[in-house]
Every structure is written in C-alpha cells, then in structure tokens.
Design a protein. Structure first.
Length: 165
C-alpha cells in the first residue's frame, strides 16, 4: 500500500478515521453538525500521515468533543467510502473512512469545536428509523443495537436460573 493513502494531499482519495462515540450507558451517540458538510455525522477526520487509524479516531474524538475520558476499541467497527464534493481548490475525492467504537467513560459535557456547528447526544434507537439521518449513521446504529442485544442475551444466559429477576 502506498503511504500517501494516509495523506489528504492524495487528490483521488485518502483514508480518514471516525468514531461511533457512545455514552457510558451505551444508549446514546455523540454526533456533530458538521460545519463544512452541513449534516449530522459521527466525529472524525483525516489521518494526516498516521496509519494507526484507531489512534486517529480517538484523537479526533477528543479534539472535536473536548471529552477527555475516552477509550477506543482497536478493532474496526465500520467502514465506509463516500464522495466528498469539490470545495474551493480541492477537487471532489473519496474518503475511505475507517470507523472505531469509542466509549465515553467520564463526563459527557462536551465542547463544540470550530469544526462543528453543534454537537448532540442522540438516542441510538431514534437513528435507526430516522429517514433524515445519514444512511451510514443508521447502519452503525443498527450494528450497535444488535451488539447491545447480543451482549444482553449473553449476560442473561450466564446468570443462574435462581438469580434471574
């Protein structure tokens, strides 16, 4: 793989990293109203030469939210390729976005960065069926909900029958 795929200077497209940043209870996700794109999306950004995309996703989550106590899972949660429209002197290009699960372990009081018009904690359940939501957000919401349901089934199956409430 050519190293320039991690640089935004590669004109046809390049890697980005973003995160599905979930609240401590796993019921909400932090989204940004993206300043340049004017849409609600997950937090993330350019790799800028860093091939450790999990580290990039965590860095972007912290920079764009002001949240300090975050933990990234090292395995890939989702992958998306999407066209970024031409803007100014930048031609249209593809972002190969690798997405990671990031958990908020502390305060959920965020700070809106200059890259965002707003940030909001959104209930995952509302995203799944929201026709106005970005299709990749709905896909990640469905993945997260399935994962949560599987974890609950596993926990229930591990509890001795006499202790189930």
């Amino acid at each position: 793989m050519r190293a320039d795929v991690f640089e935004r200077t590669r004109a046809d497209g390049h890697f980005t990293a973003s995160c599905w940043l979930v609240s401590a209870d796993g019921q909400r996700v932090l989204l940004t109203h993206h300043r340049k794109l004017g849409r609600w999306l997950q937090l993330g950004g350019h790799a800028d030469g860093d091939s450790d995309l999990a580290r990039v996703a965590l860095r972007e989550a912290k920079e764009e939210s002001g949240l300090a106590e975050l933990q990234v899972e090292p395995q890939i949660f989702d992958i998306d390729a999407h066209l970024i429209p031409a803007r100014g002197s930048d031609p249209a290009h593809v972002h190969w976005d690798v997405r990671y699960l990031v958990r908020c372990l502390g305060s959920e009081e965020f700070v809106v960065s200059p890259e965002s018009l707003a940030l909001a904690w959104i209930a995952v359940a509302t995203l799944i069926d929201d026709p106005a939501a970005d299709p990749s957000l709905r896909r990640m919401a469905g993945k997260w909900q399935s994962r949560q349901e599987s974890a609950q089934k596993f926990v229930g199956a591990q509890t001795p029958v006499g202790l189930q409430g």
